[in-house]
Design a protein around this ligand. Structure first.
Ligand SMILES: Nc1ncnc2c1ncn2[C@@H]1O[C@H](COP(=O)(O)OP(=O)(O)OP(=O)(O)O)[C@@H](O)[C@H]1O
Ligand SMILES: [Mg+2]
Length: 599
Protein backbone atom coordinates (compact mmCIF):
# COMPACT_ATOMS: atom_id res chain seq x y z
CA UNK A 1 0.00 0.00 0.00
CA UNK A 2 1.56 3.27 -1.09
CA UNK A 3 1.81 5.93 1.57
CA UNK A 4 1.46 9.62 0.87
CA UNK A 5 4.44 11.93 0.55
CA UNK A 6 4.90 14.10 3.63
CA UNK A 7 7.46 16.59 4.82
CA UNK A 8 9.64 15.15 7.55
CA UNK A 9 9.54 16.85 10.94
CA UNK A 10 12.53 19.15 11.33
CA UNK A 11 14.23 17.09 14.03
CA UNK A 12 13.87 13.88 12.00
CA UNK A 13 15.20 15.58 8.87
CA UNK A 14 18.19 16.93 10.77
CA UNK A 15 19.19 13.43 11.89
CA UNK A 16 19.29 11.96 8.43
CA UNK A 17 22.69 11.74 6.76
CA UNK A 18 22.40 14.67 4.41
CA UNK A 19 24.78 16.50 2.15
CA UNK A 20 26.09 16.04 -1.33
CA UNK A 21 23.80 13.51 -2.93
CA UNK A 22 24.50 14.22 -6.60
CA UNK A 23 28.24 14.35 -7.18
CA UNK A 24 28.14 13.02 -10.74
CA UNK A 25 25.52 12.22 -13.40
CA UNK A 26 25.69 8.54 -12.49
CA UNK A 27 24.42 9.31 -8.98
CA UNK A 28 21.33 10.96 -10.41
CA UNK A 29 20.56 7.87 -12.45
CA UNK A 30 21.15 5.60 -9.46
CA UNK A 31 18.70 7.55 -7.30
CA UNK A 32 16.00 7.57 -9.97
CA UNK A 33 16.42 3.86 -10.56
CA UNK A 34 16.13 3.20 -6.85
CA UNK A 35 12.89 5.17 -6.76
CA UNK A 36 11.52 2.95 -9.52
CA UNK A 37 12.43 -0.21 -7.57
CA UNK A 38 10.87 1.30 -4.44
CA UNK A 39 7.69 1.94 -6.42
CA UNK A 40 7.43 -1.79 -7.13
CA UNK A 41 8.18 -1.50 -10.85
CA UNK A 42 8.10 -4.74 -12.83
CA UNK A 43 9.75 -3.16 -15.80
CA UNK A 44 12.18 -0.25 -16.11
CA UNK A 45 13.36 1.41 -19.27
CA UNK A 46 16.41 3.66 -19.27
CA UNK A 47 17.16 5.83 -22.27
CA UNK A 48 20.30 7.85 -22.63
CA UNK A 49 20.71 10.59 -25.19
CA UNK A 50 24.37 11.10 -26.12
CA UNK A 51 25.71 11.07 -22.57
CA UNK A 52 24.36 10.94 -19.05
CA UNK A 53 25.10 14.60 -18.43
CA UNK A 54 23.33 15.49 -21.66
CA UNK A 55 20.02 13.71 -21.12
CA UNK A 56 18.56 10.51 -19.76
CA UNK A 57 15.14 9.22 -18.94
CA UNK A 58 13.88 6.44 -16.67
CA UNK A 59 10.36 5.10 -17.17
CA UNK A 60 8.79 2.60 -14.78
CA UNK A 61 5.45 0.88 -14.34
CA UNK A 62 5.38 1.29 -10.57
CA UNK A 63 2.75 2.76 -8.25
CA UNK A 64 3.12 6.31 -9.54
CA UNK A 65 2.74 9.58 -7.65
CA UNK A 66 -0.73 11.12 -7.11
CA UNK A 67 -1.18 14.45 -8.90
CA UNK A 68 -1.70 16.20 -5.58
CA UNK A 69 1.73 15.12 -4.34
CA UNK A 70 3.87 15.46 -7.40
CA UNK A 71 5.33 18.85 -6.51
CA UNK A 72 5.97 17.72 -3.00
CA UNK A 73 8.20 14.97 -4.42
CA UNK A 74 10.59 17.73 -5.50
CA UNK A 75 10.71 19.30 -2.06
CA UNK A 76 13.59 18.58 0.27
CA UNK A 77 12.82 16.13 3.09
CA UNK A 78 9.47 15.14 1.63
CA UNK A 79 9.13 11.37 1.41
CA UNK A 80 6.51 8.66 1.45
CA UNK A 81 8.94 6.12 2.85
CA UNK A 82 9.59 7.24 6.37
CA UNK A 83 7.88 9.35 9.05
CA UNK A 84 10.06 8.97 12.12
CA UNK A 85 13.58 7.72 12.63
CA UNK A 86 12.16 4.57 14.23
CA UNK A 87 10.85 3.62 10.81
CA UNK A 88 14.45 2.93 9.81
CA UNK A 89 14.24 -0.20 11.97
CA UNK A 90 11.56 -1.53 9.64
CA UNK A 91 12.85 -0.03 6.41
CA UNK A 92 12.15 -2.03 3.29
CA UNK A 93 12.79 0.67 0.69
CA UNK A 94 16.07 1.95 -0.70
CA UNK A 95 15.06 5.59 -0.25
CA UNK A 96 14.24 7.18 3.10
CA UNK A 97 15.51 10.76 3.07
CA UNK A 98 13.30 12.61 0.60
CA UNK A 99 16.42 14.18 -0.80
CA UNK A 100 17.17 12.58 -4.13
CA UNK A 101 14.70 14.25 -6.47
CA UNK A 102 15.19 17.76 -5.04
CA UNK A 103 18.97 17.34 -5.21
CA UNK A 104 18.80 16.27 -8.85
CA UNK A 105 16.30 19.01 -9.70
CA UNK A 106 18.61 21.61 -8.15
CA UNK A 107 21.43 20.89 -10.63
CA UNK A 108 19.54 20.00 -13.83
CA UNK A 109 16.45 20.47 -15.95
CA UNK A 110 14.10 17.81 -14.66
CA UNK A 111 10.75 16.59 -15.91
CA UNK A 112 8.59 14.34 -13.79
CA UNK A 113 5.50 12.66 -15.26
CA UNK A 114 3.52 10.26 -13.14
CA UNK A 115 0.16 8.52 -12.99
CA UNK A 116 -1.30 6.32 -10.28
CA UNK A 117 -3.35 3.29 -11.16
CA UNK A 118 -6.82 4.76 -11.38
CA UNK A 119 -5.86 8.24 -12.63
CA UNK A 120 -7.26 9.39 -15.95
CA UNK A 121 -4.26 11.47 -16.87
CA UNK A 122 -0.73 11.78 -15.63
CA UNK A 123 0.53 14.81 -13.74
CA UNK A 124 3.54 16.65 -15.10
CA UNK A 125 5.97 19.00 -13.47
CA UNK A 126 9.12 20.57 -14.87
CA UNK A 127 11.85 22.28 -12.90
CA UNK A 128 15.04 24.08 -13.86
CA UNK A 129 17.74 24.51 -11.28
CA UNK A 130 15.23 23.53 -8.61
CA UNK A 131 12.55 26.08 -9.63
CA UNK A 132 9.25 24.71 -10.93
CA UNK A 133 8.69 26.19 -14.40
CA UNK A 134 5.74 24.15 -15.65
CA UNK A 135 2.84 22.14 -14.27
CA UNK A 136 0.36 20.25 -16.37
CA UNK A 137 -1.30 17.04 -17.39
CA UNK A 138 -0.40 14.55 -20.03
CA UNK A 139 -1.45 11.06 -21.16
CA UNK A 140 0.57 8.20 -19.70
CA UNK A 141 -0.07 4.67 -18.51
CA UNK A 142 0.28 4.17 -14.73
CA UNK A 143 3.85 4.63 -13.64
CA UNK A 144 6.49 7.32 -13.58
CA UNK A 145 8.92 8.85 -16.05
CA UNK A 146 11.74 11.05 -14.88
CA UNK A 147 13.78 12.91 -17.44
CA UNK A 148 17.02 14.66 -16.48
CA UNK A 149 18.75 17.06 -18.87
CA UNK A 150 21.90 19.11 -18.65
CA UNK A 151 23.20 17.89 -15.31
CA UNK A 152 25.28 20.64 -13.63
CA UNK A 153 24.20 23.21 -16.27
CA UNK A 154 24.03 25.75 -13.43
CA UNK A 155 27.15 24.50 -11.59
CA UNK A 156 29.85 24.93 -14.22
CA UNK A 157 32.62 24.39 -11.66
CA UNK A 158 31.39 20.86 -11.12
CA UNK A 159 31.21 20.07 -14.83
CA UNK A 160 34.97 20.46 -14.97
CA UNK A 161 35.44 17.48 -12.72
CA UNK A 162 33.31 15.16 -14.76
CA UNK A 163 35.10 12.18 -16.19
CA UNK A 164 34.60 11.52 -19.90
CA UNK A 165 31.07 10.67 -21.05
CA UNK A 166 32.06 7.18 -22.19
CA UNK A 167 33.63 6.41 -18.81
CA UNK A 168 30.55 7.67 -17.00
CA UNK A 169 28.30 5.49 -19.12
CA UNK A 170 30.48 2.46 -18.48
CA UNK A 171 30.36 3.09 -14.75
CA UNK A 172 26.59 3.55 -15.04
CA UNK A 173 26.30 0.20 -16.80
CA UNK A 174 28.11 -1.39 -13.89
CA UNK A 175 25.75 0.31 -11.47
CA UNK A 176 22.67 -0.83 -13.43
CA UNK A 177 24.02 -4.39 -13.47
CA UNK A 178 24.48 -4.29 -9.71
CA UNK A 179 20.90 -3.09 -9.23
CA UNK A 180 19.69 -5.72 -11.67
CA UNK A 181 21.33 -8.38 -9.52
CA UNK A 182 19.44 -7.01 -6.52
CA UNK A 183 16.08 -7.13 -8.31
CA UNK A 184 16.16 -10.13 -10.62
CA UNK A 185 12.39 -10.10 -11.15
CA UNK A 186 12.42 -6.61 -12.67
CA UNK A 187 12.86 -6.34 -16.43
CA UNK A 188 15.46 -3.72 -17.36
CA UNK A 189 16.29 -2.23 -20.72
CA UNK A 190 18.93 0.32 -21.63
CA UNK A 191 19.09 2.20 -24.90
CA UNK A 192 21.69 4.75 -25.87
CA UNK A 193 20.77 7.07 -28.75
CA UNK A 194 17.99 4.71 -29.72
CA UNK A 195 20.24 1.64 -29.84
CA UNK A 196 19.52 -1.12 -27.38
CA UNK A 197 22.50 -1.92 -25.15
CA UNK A 198 20.76 -4.66 -23.24
CA UNK A 199 17.35 -5.94 -22.33
CA UNK A 200 17.00 -8.34 -19.45
CA UNK A 201 13.49 -9.73 -19.11
CA UNK A 202 12.19 -10.56 -15.63
CA UNK A 203 14.30 -13.46 -14.36
CA UNK A 204 12.98 -16.39 -12.33
CA UNK A 205 15.85 -16.34 -9.87
CA UNK A 206 19.31 -15.03 -9.17
CA UNK A 207 21.04 -17.57 -11.35
CA UNK A 208 18.92 -16.70 -14.35
CA UNK A 209 19.69 -13.01 -13.84
CA UNK A 210 23.39 -13.86 -13.67
CA UNK A 211 23.08 -15.77 -16.94
CA UNK A 212 21.47 -12.75 -18.58
CA UNK A 213 24.26 -10.51 -17.36
CA UNK A 214 27.31 -12.66 -17.92
CA UNK A 215 26.34 -15.36 -20.42
CA UNK A 216 25.14 -18.81 -19.32
CA UNK A 217 28.64 -20.25 -19.67
CA UNK A 218 30.22 -17.84 -17.23
CA UNK A 219 27.29 -18.07 -14.81
CA UNK A 220 27.65 -21.86 -14.80
CA UNK A 221 31.29 -21.54 -13.79
CA UNK A 222 30.47 -19.55 -10.68
CA UNK A 223 30.24 -21.34 -7.36
CA UNK A 224 27.15 -20.87 -5.26
CA UNK A 225 27.54 -20.25 -1.53
CA UNK A 226 24.71 -19.92 0.97
CA UNK A 227 24.52 -19.60 4.72
CA UNK A 228 22.56 -18.28 7.67
CA UNK A 229 23.53 -17.13 11.13
CA UNK A 230 21.42 -15.30 13.74
CA UNK A 231 18.82 -14.20 11.22
CA UNK A 232 21.39 -12.94 8.70
CA UNK A 233 21.31 -14.74 5.34
CA UNK A 234 23.98 -14.79 2.69
CA UNK A 235 24.00 -16.00 -0.89
CA UNK A 236 27.05 -15.55 -3.09
CA UNK A 237 28.08 -16.34 -6.64
CA UNK A 238 31.83 -16.79 -6.48
CA UNK A 239 34.16 -16.42 -9.41
CA UNK A 240 36.92 -18.96 -9.94
CA UNK A 241 40.45 -17.85 -9.06
CA UNK A 242 41.11 -17.18 -12.73
CA UNK A 243 38.20 -14.70 -12.79
CA UNK A 244 39.92 -12.58 -10.14
CA UNK A 245 40.73 -9.05 -11.16
CA UNK A 246 43.35 -6.43 -10.44
CA UNK A 247 40.66 -4.12 -9.02
CA UNK A 248 37.51 -4.57 -6.98
CA UNK A 249 35.33 -3.94 -9.99
CA UNK A 250 34.31 -7.58 -10.24
CA UNK A 251 32.70 -7.36 -6.80
CA UNK A 252 29.08 -6.51 -6.14
CA UNK A 253 27.76 -6.37 -2.59
CA UNK A 254 24.02 -6.14 -2.04
CA UNK A 255 22.73 -5.70 1.49
CA UNK A 256 18.94 -5.85 1.71
CA UNK A 257 18.99 -5.21 -2.05
CA UNK A 258 21.04 -2.08 -1.57
CA UNK A 259 24.22 -1.78 -3.64
CA UNK A 260 26.89 -0.93 -1.08
CA UNK A 261 30.61 -0.66 -0.59
CA UNK A 262 31.79 -2.64 2.40
CA UNK A 263 35.37 -3.26 3.47
CA UNK A 264 34.01 -5.81 5.93
CA UNK A 265 32.37 -7.93 3.22
CA UNK A 266 35.42 -7.53 0.99
CA UNK A 267 37.72 -8.81 3.73
CA UNK A 268 35.48 -11.73 4.60
CA UNK A 269 35.38 -12.70 0.94
CA UNK A 270 39.13 -12.40 0.59
CA UNK A 271 39.60 -14.57 3.64
CA UNK A 272 37.42 -17.26 2.08
CA UNK A 273 39.68 -17.42 -0.96
CA UNK A 274 42.77 -17.81 1.20
CA UNK A 275 45.82 -18.72 -0.84
CA UNK A 276 43.78 -19.52 -3.94
CA UNK A 277 44.69 -15.98 -4.97
CA UNK A 278 48.03 -14.20 -4.91
CA UNK A 279 48.22 -10.83 -3.17
CA UNK A 280 46.84 -7.92 -5.16
CA UNK A 281 44.09 -9.90 -6.90
CA UNK A 282 40.47 -9.39 -5.95
CA UNK A 283 37.97 -12.22 -6.26
CA UNK A 284 35.05 -11.63 -8.60
CA UNK A 285 31.89 -12.24 -6.64
CA UNK A 286 28.34 -11.11 -6.02
CA UNK A 287 27.27 -11.23 -2.39
CA UNK A 288 23.62 -10.89 -1.42
CA UNK A 289 23.10 -10.30 2.26
CA UNK A 290 19.79 -10.08 4.07
CA UNK A 291 19.91 -8.50 7.51
CA UNK A 292 16.95 -7.71 9.80
CA UNK A 293 16.50 -3.94 9.24
CA UNK A 294 16.75 -3.22 12.96
CA UNK A 295 20.31 -4.62 12.91
CA UNK A 296 21.45 -2.55 9.98
CA UNK A 297 22.16 1.17 9.90
CA UNK A 298 21.65 2.62 6.44
CA UNK A 299 21.69 6.21 7.64
CA UNK A 300 25.47 6.50 7.51
CA UNK A 301 26.40 8.43 4.39
CA UNK A 302 24.48 10.78 2.07
CA UNK A 303 24.97 8.54 -0.96
CA UNK A 304 23.44 5.60 0.96
CA UNK A 305 26.26 3.38 -0.27
CA UNK A 306 27.62 2.65 3.18
CA UNK A 307 25.97 0.57 5.85
CA UNK A 308 26.83 -0.40 9.40
CA UNK A 309 26.04 -3.77 10.90
CA UNK A 310 25.00 -4.12 14.52
CA UNK A 311 27.22 -7.19 14.69
CA UNK A 312 30.26 -7.11 12.43
CA UNK A 313 31.60 -10.41 13.71
CA UNK A 314 28.47 -12.34 12.79
CA UNK A 315 28.49 -10.91 9.29
CA UNK A 316 32.20 -11.51 8.78
CA UNK A 317 32.09 -15.06 10.10
CA UNK A 318 29.00 -15.92 8.11
CA UNK A 319 30.39 -14.69 4.79
CA UNK A 320 33.91 -16.05 5.24
CA UNK A 321 32.56 -19.42 6.39
CA UNK A 322 29.82 -19.82 3.78
CA UNK A 323 32.08 -18.79 0.89
CA UNK A 324 35.01 -20.94 1.98
CA UNK A 325 32.91 -24.12 1.65
CA UNK A 326 32.44 -24.30 -2.13
CA UNK A 327 35.93 -22.88 -2.66
CA UNK A 328 37.42 -25.75 -0.69
CA UNK A 329 36.82 -28.02 -3.68
CA UNK A 330 39.26 -25.94 -5.72
CA UNK A 331 42.21 -26.25 -3.42
CA UNK A 332 44.07 -29.31 -4.62
CA UNK A 333 44.30 -28.67 -8.38
CA UNK A 334 44.21 -24.88 -8.35
CA UNK A 335 46.70 -23.88 -5.67
CA UNK A 336 48.53 -20.89 -7.05
CA UNK A 337 52.27 -21.16 -7.22
CA UNK A 338 53.88 -17.76 -7.34
CA UNK A 339 56.64 -17.12 -9.82
CA UNK A 340 55.80 -19.68 -12.48
CA UNK A 341 58.89 -21.34 -13.94
CA UNK A 342 61.50 -22.89 -11.66
CA UNK A 343 64.40 -20.71 -10.83
CA UNK A 344 67.53 -21.29 -12.86
CA UNK A 345 70.12 -23.26 -10.93
CA UNK A 346 72.78 -20.59 -11.24
CA UNK A 347 70.56 -18.03 -9.59
CA UNK A 348 70.19 -20.35 -6.64
CA UNK A 349 73.93 -20.65 -6.40
CA UNK A 350 74.28 -16.90 -6.19
CA UNK A 351 71.69 -16.72 -3.49
CA UNK A 352 73.35 -19.42 -1.45
CA UNK A 353 76.69 -17.63 -1.32
CA UNK A 354 76.53 -15.71 1.95
CA UNK A 355 79.07 -13.14 0.85
CA UNK A 356 77.11 -12.21 -2.28
CA UNK A 357 73.89 -12.16 -0.35
CA UNK A 358 75.23 -9.59 2.09
CA UNK A 359 76.69 -7.51 -0.63
CA UNK A 360 73.57 -7.57 -2.75
CA UNK A 361 71.28 -6.95 0.17
CA UNK A 362 73.20 -3.89 1.22
CA UNK A 363 72.98 -2.16 -2.11
CA UNK A 364 69.35 -3.02 -2.71
CA UNK A 365 68.51 -1.06 0.41
CA UNK A 366 70.02 2.03 -1.15
CA UNK A 367 68.10 1.56 -4.36
CA UNK A 368 64.74 0.97 -2.78
CA UNK A 369 64.78 4.27 -0.95
CA UNK A 370 65.78 6.43 -3.90
CA UNK A 371 62.89 8.57 -5.09
CA UNK A 372 64.57 9.51 -8.35
CA UNK A 373 67.73 8.94 -10.32
CA UNK A 374 69.21 12.22 -9.10
CA UNK A 375 68.94 11.10 -5.51
CA UNK A 376 71.10 8.03 -5.86
CA UNK A 377 74.28 9.35 -4.26
CA UNK A 378 72.38 10.61 -1.20
CA UNK A 379 70.64 7.26 -0.76
CA UNK A 380 73.88 5.46 -1.02
CA UNK A 381 75.35 7.72 1.63
CA UNK A 382 72.42 7.22 3.91
CA UNK A 383 72.87 3.50 3.67
CA UNK A 384 76.54 3.82 4.30
CA UNK A 385 75.75 5.63 7.52
CA UNK A 386 73.32 3.08 8.86
CA UNK A 387 74.76 -0.18 7.60
CA UNK A 388 78.47 0.51 7.24
CA UNK A 389 79.55 -2.39 9.43
CA UNK A 390 77.36 -5.08 7.87
CA UNK A 391 79.41 -8.03 6.75
CA UNK A 392 82.02 -5.85 5.15
CA UNK A 393 84.97 -8.20 5.36
CA UNK A 394 83.65 -11.15 3.42
CA UNK A 395 81.58 -9.01 1.04
CA UNK A 396 84.38 -7.12 -0.60
CA UNK A 397 85.81 -10.06 -2.55
CA UNK A 398 83.14 -11.00 -5.08
CA UNK A 399 81.76 -7.48 -5.35
CA UNK A 400 84.93 -5.82 -6.37
CA UNK A 401 86.14 -8.56 -8.59
CA UNK A 402 82.93 -8.64 -10.59
CA UNK A 403 82.56 -4.91 -10.92
CA UNK A 404 86.16 -4.34 -11.85
CA UNK A 405 85.83 -6.21 -15.12
CA UNK A 406 85.40 -4.47 -18.44
CA UNK A 407 81.74 -4.06 -19.48
CA UNK A 408 81.96 -6.38 -22.50
CA UNK A 409 83.47 -9.10 -20.43
CA UNK A 410 81.10 -8.53 -17.57
CA UNK A 411 78.06 -8.62 -19.81
CA UNK A 412 77.01 -12.06 -18.79
CA UNK A 413 77.50 -11.30 -15.12
CA UNK A 414 73.94 -10.51 -14.21
CA UNK A 415 72.19 -11.62 -11.06
CA UNK A 416 68.62 -11.60 -10.03
CA UNK A 417 68.09 -10.53 -6.46
CA UNK A 418 65.00 -11.78 -4.65
CA UNK A 419 63.34 -12.22 -8.03
CA UNK A 420 62.83 -8.48 -8.05
CA UNK A 421 66.05 -6.71 -9.02
CA UNK A 422 68.68 -7.35 -11.61
CA UNK A 423 72.22 -6.54 -10.62
CA UNK A 424 74.45 -5.53 -13.50
CA UNK A 425 78.09 -4.55 -13.15
CA UNK A 426 78.96 -1.54 -15.30
CA UNK A 427 82.13 0.41 -15.85
CA UNK A 428 82.99 2.08 -12.55
CA UNK A 429 80.20 0.57 -10.54
CA UNK A 430 77.01 -1.37 -10.31
CA UNK A 431 73.51 -0.84 -11.63
CA UNK A 432 70.51 -2.26 -9.79
CA UNK A 433 67.48 -2.53 -12.01
CA UNK A 434 63.90 -2.99 -10.91
CA UNK A 435 62.79 -5.72 -13.30
CA UNK A 436 59.13 -4.74 -13.35
CA UNK A 437 59.72 -1.01 -13.76
CA UNK A 438 62.30 -1.62 -16.46
CA UNK A 439 60.03 -3.92 -18.40
CA UNK A 440 57.20 -1.42 -18.06
CA UNK A 441 59.35 1.29 -19.61
CA UNK A 442 60.28 -0.98 -22.49
CA UNK A 443 56.74 -2.16 -23.18
CA UNK A 444 55.36 1.37 -22.80
CA UNK A 445 57.63 2.73 -25.51
CA UNK A 446 56.96 -0.24 -27.74
CA UNK A 447 53.23 0.14 -27.25
CA UNK A 448 53.37 3.87 -27.99
CA UNK A 449 55.34 3.20 -31.16
CA UNK A 450 52.80 0.63 -32.26
CA UNK A 451 49.85 2.83 -31.44
CA UNK A 452 51.26 5.77 -33.29
CA UNK A 453 52.80 4.06 -36.26
CA UNK A 454 53.31 0.61 -37.64
CA UNK A 455 50.73 -1.87 -36.51
CA UNK A 456 52.21 -4.41 -34.11
CA UNK A 457 52.52 -8.02 -35.05
CA UNK A 458 50.23 -10.48 -33.34
CA UNK A 459 51.50 -13.71 -31.94
CA UNK A 460 48.73 -16.16 -32.84
CA UNK A 461 47.58 -18.41 -30.04
CA UNK A 462 47.59 -22.09 -30.75
CA UNK A 463 44.25 -22.39 -29.02
CA UNK A 464 42.08 -19.27 -29.18
CA UNK A 465 40.86 -18.27 -25.74
CA UNK A 466 37.23 -17.48 -25.03
CA UNK A 467 36.80 -14.82 -22.37
CA UNK A 468 33.65 -13.45 -20.78
CA UNK A 469 34.15 -9.82 -19.93
CA UNK A 470 31.96 -7.71 -17.75
CA UNK A 471 29.64 -5.56 -19.78
CA UNK A 472 31.54 -2.36 -19.08
CA UNK A 473 34.75 -4.06 -20.15
CA UNK A 474 33.06 -5.31 -23.27
CA UNK A 475 31.91 -1.78 -24.12
CA UNK A 476 35.38 -0.48 -23.39
CA UNK A 477 36.84 -3.14 -25.63
CA UNK A 478 34.60 -2.08 -28.50
CA UNK A 479 35.58 1.52 -27.90
CA UNK A 480 39.29 0.76 -27.88
CA UNK A 481 39.10 -1.90 -30.60
CA UNK A 482 41.20 -0.11 -33.23
CA UNK A 483 43.94 0.73 -30.75
CA UNK A 484 44.06 -2.79 -29.32
CA UNK A 485 44.41 -4.17 -32.82
CA UNK A 486 47.14 -1.67 -33.50
CA UNK A 487 48.95 -2.95 -30.40
CA UNK A 488 48.91 -6.47 -31.78
CA UNK A 489 45.84 -7.94 -30.11
CA UNK A 490 43.79 -10.15 -32.38
CA UNK A 491 40.32 -10.10 -30.86
CA UNK A 492 36.90 -11.01 -32.17
CA UNK A 493 33.94 -9.90 -30.07
CA UNK A 494 31.37 -12.69 -30.28
CA UNK A 495 28.62 -10.61 -28.74
CA UNK A 496 28.29 -9.23 -25.24
CA UNK A 497 30.03 -10.21 -23.10
CA UNK A 498 32.19 -12.80 -24.89
CA UNK A 499 35.37 -12.15 -26.81
CA UNK A 500 37.70 -14.56 -28.54
CA UNK A 501 41.41 -13.85 -28.18
CA UNK A 502 43.16 -15.19 -31.24
CA UNK A 503 46.46 -13.44 -30.86
CA UNK A 504 48.36 -11.29 -28.40
CA UNK A 505 51.00 -8.63 -29.06
CA UNK A 506 54.16 -10.42 -30.07
CA UNK A 507 56.98 -10.87 -27.62
CA UNK A 508 54.79 -11.43 -24.56
CA UNK A 509 54.52 -14.33 -22.21
CA UNK A 510 51.13 -15.69 -23.18
CA UNK A 511 50.16 -18.09 -20.44
CA UNK A 512 47.20 -16.00 -19.40
CA UNK A 513 45.98 -13.83 -22.25
CA UNK A 514 42.48 -13.46 -20.81
CA UNK A 515 43.78 -12.17 -17.53
CA UNK A 516 46.13 -9.77 -19.26
CA UNK A 517 43.29 -8.37 -21.34
CA UNK A 518 41.06 -7.93 -18.29
CA UNK A 519 43.81 -6.34 -16.23
CA UNK A 520 44.63 -4.00 -19.04
CA UNK A 521 41.02 -2.89 -19.35
CA UNK A 522 40.88 -2.45 -15.57
CA UNK A 523 44.05 -0.40 -15.63
CA UNK A 524 42.72 1.77 -18.42
CA UNK A 525 39.54 2.47 -16.47
CA UNK A 526 41.42 3.43 -13.32
CA UNK A 527 43.71 5.82 -15.05
CA UNK A 528 41.30 8.75 -15.03
CA UNK A 529 43.17 11.12 -17.27
CA UNK A 530 41.40 13.33 -19.80
CA UNK A 531 39.92 11.88 -22.95
CA UNK A 532 42.00 13.73 -25.50
CA UNK A 533 43.20 11.38 -28.25
CA UNK A 534 46.84 11.57 -27.29
CA UNK A 535 45.99 10.77 -23.70
CA UNK A 536 43.90 7.78 -24.69
CA UNK A 537 46.89 6.36 -26.53
CA UNK A 538 49.12 6.98 -23.52
CA UNK A 539 46.62 5.44 -21.13
CA UNK A 540 46.37 2.30 -23.22
CA UNK A 541 50.12 2.08 -23.50
CA UNK A 542 50.56 2.63 -19.75
CA UNK A 543 47.99 0.07 -18.78
CA UNK A 544 49.29 -2.46 -21.25
CA UNK A 545 52.86 -1.97 -20.06
CA UNK A 546 51.94 -2.20 -16.43
CA UNK A 547 50.07 -5.47 -16.76
CA UNK A 548 52.11 -7.19 -19.42
CA UNK A 549 55.41 -6.50 -17.69
CA UNK A 550 57.33 -9.12 -15.78
CA UNK A 551 56.46 -8.81 -12.11
CA UNK A 552 58.51 -8.78 -8.99
CA UNK A 553 58.59 -12.44 -8.01
CA UNK A 554 59.06 -13.74 -11.55
CA UNK A 555 62.26 -15.71 -11.96
CA UNK A 556 64.21 -14.59 -15.04
CA UNK A 557 66.71 -16.56 -17.03
CA UNK A 558 70.10 -15.06 -17.72
CA UNK A 559 69.06 -14.50 -21.31
CA UNK A 560 65.87 -12.76 -20.27
CA UNK A 561 67.81 -10.51 -17.94
CA UNK A 562 70.28 -9.60 -20.63
CA UNK A 563 67.53 -8.76 -23.12
CA UNK A 564 65.76 -6.70 -20.51
CA UNK A 565 68.86 -4.69 -19.64
CA UNK A 566 69.78 -4.11 -23.29
CA UNK A 567 66.30 -3.06 -24.22
CA UNK A 568 65.93 -0.78 -21.22
CA UNK A 569 69.02 1.19 -22.17
CA UNK A 570 67.78 1.43 -25.74
CA UNK A 571 64.61 3.29 -24.69
CA UNK A 572 64.30 7.06 -24.78
CA UNK A 573 63.92 7.43 -21.00
CA UNK A 574 65.61 4.48 -19.35
CA UNK A 575 65.64 6.27 -15.98
CA UNK A 576 61.96 5.98 -15.16
CA UNK A 577 58.89 3.85 -15.75
CA UNK A 578 55.73 5.42 -17.26
CA UNK A 579 54.44 6.31 -13.77
CA UNK A 580 57.58 8.24 -12.89
CA UNK A 581 59.24 5.66 -10.64
CA UNK A 582 62.93 5.00 -11.07
CA UNK A 583 63.89 1.95 -13.07
CA UNK A 584 67.48 1.66 -11.92
CA UNK A 585 69.91 2.93 -9.36
CA UNK A 586 73.63 3.29 -10.06
CA UNK A 587 76.22 2.83 -7.37
CA UNK A 588 79.78 3.97 -7.87
CA UNK A 589 82.69 1.69 -7.32
CA UNK A 590 84.39 4.56 -5.50
CA UNK A 591 81.59 4.42 -3.02
CA UNK A 592 82.34 0.76 -2.33
CA UNK A 593 86.03 1.46 -2.09
CA UNK A 594 85.39 4.26 0.35
CA UNK A 595 83.16 2.13 2.51
CA UNK A 596 85.58 -0.74 2.58
CA UNK A 597 88.44 1.56 3.49
CA UNK A 598 90.22 1.14 0.18
CA UNK A 599 90.19 4.85 -0.64
N1 LIG B 1 9.45 6.38 -9.68
C1 LIG B 1 8.65 6.71 -8.65
N2 LIG B 1 7.47 6.10 -8.48
C2 LIG B 1 6.64 6.42 -7.46
N3 LIG B 1 6.93 7.36 -6.55
C3 LIG B 1 8.09 8.02 -6.67
C4 LIG B 1 9.02 7.74 -7.72
N4 LIG B 1 10.07 8.56 -7.59
C5 LIG B 1 9.84 9.31 -6.50
N5 LIG B 1 8.65 9.00 -5.94
C6 LIG B 1 8.06 9.62 -4.75
O1 LIG B 1 8.75 10.81 -4.52
C7 LIG B 1 9.27 10.84 -3.19
C8 LIG B 1 10.58 11.59 -3.19
O2 LIG B 1 11.58 10.85 -3.89
P1 LIG B 1 13.09 11.00 -3.46
O3 LIG B 1 13.90 10.07 -4.22
O4 LIG B 1 13.42 12.45 -3.53
O5 LIG B 1 13.08 10.61 -1.94
P2 LIG B 1 13.02 9.17 -1.28
O6 LIG B 1 13.09 8.12 -2.27
O7 LIG B 1 11.82 9.18 -0.38
O8 LIG B 1 14.33 9.19 -0.35
P3 LIG B 1 15.86 9.27 -0.86
O9 LIG B 1 16.24 10.70 -0.87
O10 LIG B 1 16.59 8.51 0.16
O11 LIG B 1 15.88 8.68 -2.21
C9 LIG B 1 9.38 9.40 -2.80
O12 LIG B 1 9.30 9.23 -1.39
C10 LIG B 1 8.21 8.75 -3.53
O13 LIG B 1 7.04 8.88 -2.79
MG1 LIG C 1 14.67 8.08 -3.67
Amino acid sequence: MKRTIRRLAADTASRIAAGEVIDRPLSALKEILENAFDAGARSIEIRVERALDHAFQVADDGTGIPAAEIELALERHATSKLTTLDDLDRLESLGFRGEALPSIAAVSRLKLVSAVNDAEVAALVRAEGGIVVERGEIARAPGTTVEVRDVFFNVPARRKFLSGPAGELRAATRMIESCALAFPAVAIRLTVDGRERFHWPAARDLRERCEQLWSPRHAAQRLLATGERDGVHVTAMLGLPEHARATREGQVFLVNRRWVQSPLIAQALRQAYGNLLPPGRFPAAVVWLTVPPARLDVNVHPTKREVRFADDDTVFGLIAGACAKPLASLHPPFTVVRGGAPEPAWADRVRERPSSQTWLGLETQAGAGAPGAAAIPESADATAGSRSAAGSGSASGPAVSVAARAPAEAESELWQLHRTYILAPVRGGLVIIDQHAAHERILYEEALARLQGERGAAQQLLFPVLVDLSRDHFDLLLELGPQLQQLGWDLSPLGPPTVVIQGVPSGLRTERPAQLLQDMLDGYGEDSASTADQQIVERIARSFACHAATRAGDALTREEMRTLVDRLFATSHPHGDPHGRVTFVRLDLDEFHRRFGRL
